[in-house]
Structure formats: structure tokens, C-alpha cells
Design a protein around this ligand. Structure first.
Ligand code: PLP
Length: 452
């Protein structure tokens, strides 16, 4: 048996022999050996060498309540004994799925009172593609099938959700995108704003949505999908002018607005949903990750009464074996109970986010850092060789972000890089002294990167 007591090199050799890692050059990794994480508690990971690492990414943006909460393990064990599995197809249901759907409906804004469960964010976005097209067909407008998304967006890795995503490196592999998905530019002022003010640029990028609708034909566009704050694209915070203009355009042309809340949801921005933070009125929200704080795989689409009532007219031929999985649903409910009863969003709003914002934004004083952006508990810095011109590093410099991320890891800090942007998305329970530790390690890593 493989145990954590096996020497690291042996674990790495077995990993290299049999385990194909996602988003990884596996041949290169086999030479290096993967880092083996053995335990986690609070905001801290332990690796097989005994290093204590501050996880400023909350895993993959998901461990919102932090690691090591026994309550979730207890709930999972209880649920496994009582009803480990049953499906929600064919006119059956069970208590965890019912209670979780009710709880999500209570937390969600507006009349988003209806939940279609999935096992992940990717599956939920696949649901959204089919649901919005089916909705328009049922409304007598089957030509409305195009979904507009944004370049550099990440909405998942399935064929459908990967097509919604706007990452060219993904589209180059495996025949993406599917037909009738159209990508417009993202509101990344730092990299693409040129001489425009951020506010003018925000309006211009929002108006690209209107131009696309007019070019493609109002009668052919079903929906627009975007994250309130683009996460895996590099924590791109849109200028304040952007979202009000996008909302206006969606309303004007009756385009369904899908807010992908997989990262922004469940407290990451300081509100339950990023849409509430940015005053967006979506027709559908995609949820996953923080719904269970990553303790169990679960996602879903949260749908307005109007869309749900149309879909309810006939059988929607769509669903997953694990839609509303009872153990995952019970774990998610317990996670939401902890978020609520421990007032973790209050901690974000009153303590963690203001303190982190002050420290994070001070990083612009560092010679490598151009812009520093943060919303709630998701932040980014742009690394640059020349702040005034907002220049990017030359390709031959290598990916400076990658070098910086490796320095962070050597200093026991997990940050992520997207090109030359460094990003954080720590557990929401982060205490001020842990923020100090995060900042110390980040600054040391930036200094080392600069010296290199
Ligand atoms: N949507 C967004 C915004 C995401 O960040 C992700 C994952 O990172 C997904 C969808 C896909 O979720 P999953 O990995 O659970 O399929």
C-alpha cells in the first residue's frame, strides 16, 4: 500500500509512472518529481518533507472555510451510512438535495430560486449551454443559439465549458470550440488599455458585446457568460464602468446573462456572490468550488424563475449520475452552515479583506510590480520591466511569473502565476497575522525574483 510514510522519491516515482496530471507537462514533471502534500489544517499545507506551506490559493480557489473542519467529515460519514447514494432522475429525490437547493435559493440574489445540480463547474456550464439554447427553442426562438463569452476566460475543461472558455492554448488542443460560441475581448486595462482611461476602456470593452450582438444578429444570440471578476485569466478586475454597461446591453437585447460564480461565489468577494458585490443581475449563475469549500465535488446552475418555468414545460434531457449527490450535498450544507454561523463573510468584510487590501496594494512600490488589484479575497499583481509604459516582459526573459511562483514555493507560500501576473485567493478565514506572513513571504519572493 502507498502510505504517507513512504519516502518522497518513491511516491514521486510511482506518481510519474502512473498519474497523468491536469494542466501539466507530465514528461517535465516526471524529471522534477511532484510535490507531495500530505495534510492540511486551517490555511496551512504540510508536504511529505515536513514543510509548512501557507496556501494563498485555497487549493484551486475553493477551500473557503479552510482545511481540517471535522464537522464536514462527520456529516459525510453520517450521510454515507444513512443514504450514500441515490439519484435525482425519474421523479425521485432525497433530503440533502432538497435542503441544499432551498438553502442556495435563499442565499442567491433576485428570483434565482431553482438549482440544477452537477458534479463540477465544468458540468454546470455544460448544463448552461444546453439550458439556454433549449429555453429559447421552447420560447419559439430556436435560432438563438450563440453564446458570447470572453477571451482568456476559464469556464471549465469539458468540451462545452472549454469552448465557452477563451483560452487559445485550450482551443488549440482537441478540436475546441464547439459551434456557436463567440469570444469578445476582456476588460484588462493594464495589458490592453493603451492610452485610454480605465473608465473609457471599461465602456469600450462592454460595447464590444453590443457590437457582437449586432454583427451576429440579435435573433441568434442566446446568452452572454462571464465571471464577475475573471479569476484564472489572472484576477482581472474590470473598471467600474464595465458591468453597468454590460447589464444595460443584456437588458436591451434580451440576452440571458450567465454569471460564472464558480470562483466569486460563497464569500470570495465579501458577499455571497460576486454578482451582488458588483450589482449584476444574472439570469443564471454557475456555482461549484466554495459551495462545499472543496470538501466534496459538487456544482450547479442557479436559475431564475422565468427560465426555470419555461424549462419545466417538458422533459429536459440532461443530467448527471451525481446531480445532487447526497454526500456532496450534505457536505455543502454543512459548509454553508459554518460560513453563516461563524459569520465568515463578516470576517472577510470587516477584518481580512480591508487589511489584505491595504497590504496588497502597497506592493505597487516594489520595482517589479505594475498594478496591484484586489476584490475581497482575490487579488493580483502585474509584473513588469517598466511601470510607466505598462510593458510586458520580453518572451526570452522566460516567464517571470513562473520564476516568481517557484520562489514563493521555496519560501513556503503557494501563489499562482498566469503569465506575468501573480495571483492569490486564500481561505476566507485568513487572520491578520497570517496576512502578515503571506505578505512577508511574497515580498521575499519578489525580491529574489528581482535579483535573479
Ligand atoms: N468556471 C470557473 C470560473 C472556474 O474557475 C472553474 C475552475 O477553475 C470552472 C468553471 C470549472 O470548474 P470545475 O473545475 O469544477 O469543473
Amino acid at each position: 500500500t502507498i502510505t504517507n510514510h513512504m519516502p518522497t522519491e518513491e511516491l514521486q516515482a510511482l506518481d510519474a509512472a502512473h498519474h497523468m496530471h491536469p494542466f501539466t507537462a507530465n514528461g517535465e514533471l516526471a524529471q522534477k518529481g511532484a510535490r507531495v502534500i500530505t495534510r492540511a489544517d486551517g490555511v496551512t499545507l504540510t508536504d511529505s518533507e515536513g514543510n509548512q506551506i501557507l496556501d494563498a490559493m485555497a487549493g484551486l480557489w475553493c477551500v473557503n472555510i479552510g482545511y481540517g473542519r471535522d464537522e464536514l467529515a462527520d456529516v459525510a460519514a453520517r450521510q454515507m451510512r444513512e443514504l450514500p447514494y441515490y439519484n435525482t432522475f425519474f421523479q425521485t429525490t432525497h433530503r440533502p438535495a432538497i435542503e441544499l437547493a432551498q438553502k442556495i435559493a435563499q442565499l442567491a440574489p433576485g428570483d434565482l430560486n431553482n438549482v440544477f445540480f452537477a458534479g463540477s463547474g465544468s458540468e454546470a456550464n455544460d448544463t448552461n449551454i444546453r439550458m439556454v439554447r433549449h429555453y429559447w427553442a421552447l420560447k419559439g426562438k430556436p435560432s438563438k443559439s450563440i453564446i458570447i463569452s470572453r477571451k482568456n476566460a476559464y469556464h471549465g475543461s469539458s468540451v462545452g465549458s472549454g469552448s465557452l472558455g477563451g483560452m487559445s492554448a485550450m482551443h488549440e488542443q482537441g478540436g475546441l470550440p464547439i459551434p456557436d460560441v463567440h469570444h469578445i475581448n476582456q476588460p484588462n486595462w493594464w495589458a490592453e488599455g493603451g492610452d485610454m482611461s480605465p473608465e473609457d476602456f471599461g465602456i469600450a470593452r462592454a460595447q464590444e458585446l453590443e457590437q457582437a450582438i449586432l454583427e451576429l444578429g440579435e435573433d441568434r444570440v442566446a446568452a452572454f457568460i462571464a465571471e464577475p471578476v475573471q479569476g484564472a485569466g489572472g484576477v482581472i478586475v474590470a473598471p467600474d464602468s464595465y458591468w453597468p454597461e454590460v447589464q444595460k446591453i443584456c437588458d436591451k437585447y434580451e440576452i440571458l446573462l450567465i454569471a460564472d460564480e464558480v470562483i466569486c461565489g460563497f464569500g470570495r468577494t465579501g458577499e455571497w456572490f460576486g454578482s451582488q458585490k458588483l450589482d449584476i443581475r444574472p439570469d443564471i449563475m454557475t456555482i461549484a468550488k466554495g459551495l462545499s469549500s472543496g470538501y466534496a465535488p459538487i456544482g450547479g446552475s442557479v436559475v431564475s424563475d422565468e427560465v426555470a418555468s419555461v424549462i419545466a414545460q417538458s422533459e429536459f434531457n440532461h443530467g448527471y449520475t451525481y446531480s445532487g449527490h447526497p454526500v456532496a450535498a450534505a457536505v455543502a450544507l454543512e459548509n454553508l452552515r459554518i460560513l453563516e454561523e461563524e459569520n465568515i463573510l463578516g470576517h472577510v468584510r470587516d477584518v481580512a479583506a480591508p487589511y489584505l487590501k491595504e497590504k496588497w496594494e502597497s506592493l505597487v512600490a516594489h520595482p517589479l510590480v505594475g498594478e496591484a488589484k484586489i476584490v475581497g479575497m482575490m487579488g493580483s499583481i502585474a509584473l513588469t520591466p517598466h511601470k510607466e509604459s505598462r510593458a510586458a516582459f520580453a518572451a526570452e526573459t522566460g516567464t517571470v511569473g513562473y520564476i516568481c511562483r517557484e520562489r514563493c514555493f521555496a519560501n513556503n507560500l503557494v501563489m499562482r502565476h498566469v503569465g506575468d501576473r501573480m495571483i492569490i485567493s486564500p481561505p476566507l478565514i485568513l487572520k491578520p497575522e497570517e496576512i502578515d506572513m503571506l505578505m512577508d513571504r511574497a515580498l521575499t519572493s519578489l525580491d529574489e525574483c528581482y535579483a535573479q
